[in-house]
Design a protein around this ligand. Sequence first.
Ligand code: AHR
Length: 504
Amino acid sequence: MPHASLTVDPSFVVGAVDRRLFGSFVEHLGRAVYDGIYEPAHATADEDGFRKDVIELVRELGVSTVRYPGGNFVSGYRWEDGVGPVADRPRRLDLAWHSLETNEIGLDEFARWSAKAGTELMLAVNLGTRGVQEALDLLEYANVRSGSTLADLRVANGTPDPHGVVLWCLGNEMDGPWQLGHRSADDYGKLAAQTARAMRQLDPGVRLIACGSSNRQMPTFGAWERTVLEHTYDEIDYLSCHAYYHETPGDLPGFLASPVDMDRFIESVAATIDHVRALRPGRRRVDISFDEWNVWYVDRYHDEDKVTDPQVWPVAPRILEDSYTVADAVVVGGLLMSLLRHADRVTAASMAQLVNVIAPIMTEPGGPSWRQTTFFPFATTSRLARGETLSVSVAGPTYSTAAYGDVPLVDAVATHDAAAGSTAVFLVNRSVDASATVSVDVSRAPGATSVAEAVTLWDDDPHARNTLDQPNRVGLRPTPSAVVDGGELRVTLPPVSWTAVSLG
Ligand code: AHR
């Protein structure tokens, strides 16, 4: 049986685990909003038309921030369409997803939903078809108390208190040719810097995120980051990263190694940030906001499948509704481990997305909601990963992949919360056919003398999933093999599995 070992030592700190690492994303896309979080005719709907069963699941998921309203959608969005009396709101053609946007839900409604779900609202401004003025207008509407036209408009629309939005994305994926208003790095960098300066003049408390590359495979990756940072470094707080992964038939071992790609992605963007930082005076730091990440079977969604004729663009179509497997969830758990491993550089992140659209939560109109497999590692990591990430180095076997070369068979990350006296260890076994034993020296972790909780996500069938018909087919299982004895945690990991152990 393969064996791996590591040491957990609270003196080897990587960085504080920012709660904003456990963010998510709701875009006006498919059934994320309409027939997702919002379904006024549903039996669980509250006075605002929001599904209470979904709100409960979002709370259980442990989501910290929610990015809104896009995504590609935001690059054609007029935020004014979504405020004021609902009956007066325009119906607009959404060019990003070839859908009809009814604007029943806009900023004020979504902010109400976000508060009910216990999440922090993160907004994106449209830098595709719009610019500095519209970003300022939205900021005034959202964050100014009263006494100016747009702030008073919000009050008149029934929201007396400002939304107090801190996190703002300066556009979305502006390097992508598919994006409305797509620009060169130079043009985007100048626009983002101007917008950032203007927004700070209005509200110095905002924290701003400039667009990095849409993914690491973009031909401009690296150069885009450098140029955008050269324009914006002194104005922004974060640079974004986006990455989606999926299993290619016949290459489950390669798919399970996807977090290795995320590690390299983060490290190369961090190197570019350091490069630009080194060229200027001052100590200002720019962090990474990994504000779109997940497993997404993007090949199943083709541009050719989009309805061409705008006469018949549908409202809330069933698109991007991936059904996730156990293997997908093991990768999601591993991607969260990659984010935690880089807690010194990645201080905000959003799993894309939250409900129905490449989502951990699914709903059926007039019917139930359920947890996808990917729900479990997210909810458990959000609950247990507290305090600081510790640097651990895993000694163990490797295996060979076509995409990433030799990669560790067992991956591990540990967090330690000194105030609570608790330690958590997250583990993945990437072997497709063998269990692996792991020993963790926890003798230097105060209070790590017993297992408080140990759960594993695995199944005899790594492609098992939860569906409308079988919503509870896959779930977390207890891990009886996890024991602490003489300062050592020992645990056995089944093949294709993700495990969390909480000690103390
Ligand atoms: O999350 C789905 C889409 O993926 C988003 O709209 C876009 O930003 C990304 O390409």
